[in-house]
Design a protein around this ligand. Structure first.
Ligand SMILES: [Zn+2]
Ligand SMILES: [Zn+2]
Length: 186
């Protein structure tokens, strides 16, 4: 498995389950790499700080006639490059997710799930992620990673006072001073 986070993988025969654990550093790195432009900065962050983040996750899952329902939440922080100076900004994360996974072979033809009217399923499908599983194993790593990535703002500044990079020479103006004449736009 490429993004091994074994706690996010379970067998249908284990259901129902409830798990609480800290996501692996590798998982967070993989999530960051999915964001455009961040992949090059991952090694910088890793060099500068011991830990790239700490995200605690809690989820529960149950099986309902072959459909696997997962509900979870996550909370913590991760190191993200500052949009202005490319230094490290610490971002607090807080999110939740609801997903339904269908067996791939049965699910191909349905865009929306078929809900048996005899069952009392009180599910709002608009707020639900729909995914797939194959065989006896369910892997929710992609669903969790997508939600972690979506909870990261497009612009994140390390501090309100961040001076950013000099537009002429590129030094970090928070830590260094240069003699460049400020760029003026006419
Ligand atoms: Zn900054
Ligand atoms: Zn400069």
């Amino acid at each position: 498995m490429k993004n091994a986070c074994s706690e996010l993988v379970f067998r249908r025969s284990e259901l129902p389950i409830s798990r609480e654990f800290v996501l692996s550093q590798n998982f967070i790195k993989t999530a960051l790499k999915e964001i455009m432009g961040y992949s090059d900065m991952i090694s910088d962050i890793t060099n500068l700080s011991q830990s790239i983040g700490n995200i605690r996750i809690l989820f529960s899952a149950h099986d309902d006639n072959g459909a696997v329902f997962v509900t979870g939440e996550f909370q913590g922080w991760m190191s993200i490059p500052c949009t202005r100076c490319l230094g490290i900004a610490r971002l607090s994360l807080d999110g939740a997710f609801d997903a339904m996974l269908l067996k791939r072979t049965n699910a191909k033809r349905h865009i929306k799930p078929k809900v048996d009217s005899e069952q009392d399923l009180e599910v709002n499908f608009d707020d639900l992620d729909i995914g797939f599983y194959e065989g006896k194993t369910v892997d929710i790593a992609t669903i969790v990673r997508d939600h972690v990535v979506l909870s990261i703002p497009y612009i994140l500044i390390c501090s309100d006072e961040c001076q950013g990079l000099c537009q002429s020479c590129g030094i970090n103006q928070n830590t260094e001073t240069c003699l460049c004449v400020p760029v003026t736009h006419i």
